[in-house]
Ligand binder design. Sequence first.
Ligand SMILES: [Zn+2]
Length: 132
Amino acid sequence: MTTISEFISENFFYVFLAVIALTLFQRKYGKRVTKKRMAVLYIAIIIFALQISASLIMEFEFTDAYLLIWAVAAGVIIYFKKGVIFPFKYKCVKCSATLTFNDMVFDDSNLCEKCREKEKALEDEESKESEE
Ligand SMILES: [Zn+2]
């Protein structure tokens, strides 16, 4: 049985390319999204490693069972490095409003637009005060 490995080795390269393309879009947002850019890179590495192992399983005619080992290893890594590999949140950390895709992927703060503007106004005020 190598159905899953076959599927992964044939298709995951495109998933990998799509994820890499995403980091290029993130670049546009510069310093606003450094943590999440690294996170997407880690995810890309995991996908790439998975694709390579699936190809090896096909090459050496192993079974899908070997993928399980890989899945467990990836699971352990993700579990212990969750904040680094998966810093994405679905909801605003301040007001729990559902975040848009852009807020989720292109901004490290995990804040909705309203909260981000409030935060920014506050920061501007503080910097004005310190100037005086
Ligand atoms: Zn909010």
